[in-house]
Design a protein around this ligand. Structure first.
Ligand code: GDP
Length: 441
């Protein structure tokens, strides 16, 4: 058994009526900032006027940490944002945080009621690993190699050349390590090139397993039977001890899920990356498909009823473009619903900025009034007015796609002083709260 700080959560520690909400999305999609802002909005509520107008007053507190699972470090993250004025490092492993809600009914005879919500920060890369539960080593190798062959990338081609040149005598420890290292570096490279369908997840987000020999395997198509047997045994161990005992354990019992999507990254990375991202999201949703119900029901209770798809970083474009931005997200989710057998799952969509770092301004340019985003660019820490171009209302076809038309820049968080009870400025986080837990408030 591998050592890990992430152990099973004993059912007795949290009240049985705790609502579990998983926040998922591939790394850099904005999970860390989304959860931080969500908690901050709920604690302070000064930027939730629409919710306060329609619900009874409620108070939210953070419950103390549990000894056996990493708590989402809200306090450090919020301090970095509000006092350090920089983006905090992204979280790279599963963590959770429990919030207690107490509300006073408008009718005094009904008294107060309370409930708890557990937010789970779940890396999408680890979620993709759940697909390994259905595949043995040979099947996974075949699938991974077919995917690599479909990609136009020099490093992918190099890896394929390496495994094509394996022969019957190559199975010693050196070869194992070389293959594992080359495959791991390839996955890290493909991730940086915005590809999504990457497995095993721990090769790119290892958390506490970075140097664990449990990761020493790679997909091969030929070579010695001995090498294949060694990789097969390691793969089996990874699926049992990492995917089943850690990834799956934390996936149980969610009733709601948020999937964060970086639509802007998809637009500027090109058609191949967009298709790959869509395929990656579909893989993440596989456990919910009707046709897979029997297979996954041996581990998961069929508790998930709704998935909220959230497009992040709305502040990178002007407010005028938000309608098209939302349409792109809807376009993506409609395609996913069309391709998958998930009609029993309610899906909703929302465009947001967890932390609003820009303002929209209008300026004359060559006699025309144009909308610009004004903010401090991360690149040089200076204030700029940028014209982010026009967003399409639908994702372009492969033929029409021109990634060079889209280029979005990173802004720093607002450089301002916050009052004691002042929440982060956001776009549409109140709508997220309404859609996610409005029925409980
Ligand atoms: P994670 O890997 O999914 O946890 O992603 P993070 O939450 O750490 O976000 C990754 C990066 O995206 C951040 O460092 C920011 O540069 C950017 N980002 C995420 N959310 C926002 C947002 O609401 N506004 C802006 N301007 N940038 C954001």
């Amino acid at each position: 058994m591998i050592t890990s700080i992430l152990k099973k959560i004993p059912a007795t520690i949290l009240p049985s009526d705790t609502i579990k909400i998983a926040i998922t999305g591939l790394s850099r999609a904005g999970k860390t900032l989304f959860i931080t802002s969500l908690i901050d909005q709920l604690l302070h509520q000064n930027r939730l006027s629409s919710i306060r107008a329609s619900t009874s007053p409620f108070k939210v507190t953070i419950k103390p940490p549990l000894s056996n699972i990493k708590r989402f470090d809200y306090y450090t993250l919020i301090d970095t944002l509000k006092n350090g004025h920089i983006w905090p490092d992204s979280t790279d492993e599963i963590s959770h945080i429990v919030l207690k809600f107490e509300s006073k009914s408008r009718f005094s005879f009904l008294g107060t009621s309370s409930f708890t919500i557990e937010l789970i920060d779940y890396p999408g890369e680890w979620l993709l690993d759940l697909t390994l539960l259905r595949l043995n080593y040979k099947e996974w190798s075949k699938k991974s190699i077919a995917w690599l062959r479909s990609i136009d990338d020099i490093k992918a081609k190099e890896y394929l050349q390496t495994i094509d040149s394996l022969n019957n005598n190559t199975f010693d420890k050196e070869v194992q390590k070389r293959l594992y290292t080359q495959y791991k570096e390839l996955l890290i490279h493909l991730k940086s090139q915005h590809y999504s369908q990457i497995t095993p997840g721990r090769f790119v987000l290892p958390a506490d397993l970075a140097n664990d020999p449990i990761l020493h395997f790679a997909p091969i198509s030929k070579g010695s039977d001995k090498l294949e047997a060694i990789f097969k045994a390691k793969y089996k161990k990874y699926v049992k001890e990492v995917v089943k005992e850690i990834h799956l354990e934390h996936f149980k019992g969610f009733s709601r899920q948020v999937v964060l999507v970086d639509v802007l990254e998809a637009l500027q990375s090109g058609y191949e990356c967009y298709s790959d991202m869509k395929a990656g999201i579909k893989e993440m949703l596989q456990p919910y498909e009707h046709k897979n119900k029997n297979f996954f029901s041996q581990w998961l209770s069929p508790s998930i009823k709704s998935v909220l798809f959230v497009a992040t970083k709305a502040d990178h474009v002007t407010a005028h473009q938000h309608t098209h931005f939302s349409m792109l997200l809807n376009d993506l989710v409609n395609e996913i619903r069309h391709d998958m057998d998930i009609s029993h799952i309610q899906t909703q969509t929302q465009l947001i900025a967890s932390i609003k770092s820009t303002v929209t301004i209008e300026k004359e340019y060559k006699g025309e009034k144009l909308a610009f985003v004004r903010g401090i660019l991360e690149e040089d820490s200076k204030l700029h007015d940028l014209y982010p171009g026009e967003m399409p209302s639908k994702f372009p076809s492969q033929k029409e796609w021109n990634a060079e038309m889209f280029g979005y820049q990173n802004f720093l968080p607002p450089q301002k002083t916050y009052g004691d009870n002042e929440a982060l400025e956001h776009i549409n986080m109140d709508k997220v709260i309404q859609k996610l837990i409005g029925d409980l408030l």
